[in-house]
Design a protein around this ligand. Structure first.
Ligand code: ZN
Length: 185
């Protein structure tokens, strides 16, 4: 990664850590939310080899408008228009019910910009890993619906990064096995 990205990336991590400080991941272990943001960004940088600064900053900040009081305008002032635009693309309308938001993610997936697509795909794969790796009080049906949604979104946005596509497919296949094991247990 170009060394120049480091200060900005640390700035974004600090900003995300502060604004998400009381947020926890769904599940019994109450993992700090920042763990998810670091996992997604680290995967993009080190597993997929992304070196684009706006993309990596947007990855750190991808849930901040959805889950905190931070606005797109605030992101624009602090991190620039491109980062703010990518985050805005990835922000669901939280006034809508869960199922409707998931349906819109599929419907609008192919309209995402290339940078937003990569983050969305890593986010979905990373969430699938977490859903089946950590204790979570979701029914098997809800987990199955998340998996189906992730696959439907992925089908519309794969194709830019073969390494990422392969990792997503491997993760989805693994999640399917976990789900079958849970359903037959
Ligand atoms: Zn996320």
């Amino acid at each position: 990664m170009p060394a120049l990205i480091m200060p900005e990336l640390l700035e974004a991590l600090q900003f995300a850590a502060i604004h998400h400080q009381y947020d926890r991941r769904a599940g019994y272990d109450r993992l700090p939310y920042i763990n998810h943001l670091i996992k997604v960004t680290n995967c993009l940088a080190n597993r997929i080899g992304i070196k684009d600064e706006a993309l990596l900053l947007a990855a750190v900040l991808h849930d901040i408008v959805e889950d905190t009081e931070v606005t797109v305008e605030q992101l624009e002032r602090r991190f620039g228009g491109e980062v703010a635009d990518i985050v805005e693309e990835l922000t669901d309308d939280m006034s809508l019910p869960y199922d409707e938001r998931k349906r819109l993610q599929v419907e609008q997936a192919s309209k995402l910009s290339p940078k937003a697509r990569v983050i969305r795909l890593v986010d979905k794969a990373s969430n699938l890993r977490d859903i089946f790796n950590y204790p979570l009080d979701w029914s098997a049906e809800k987990k199955a619906a998340y998996l189906d949604n992730a696959i439907a979104v992925a089908e519309r946005i794969k194709g830019d990064h073969p390494k990422l596509d392969a990792w997503f497919d491997e993760t989805a296949a693994w999640a399917k096995q976990q789900l079958q094991a849970q359903q037959s247990a």
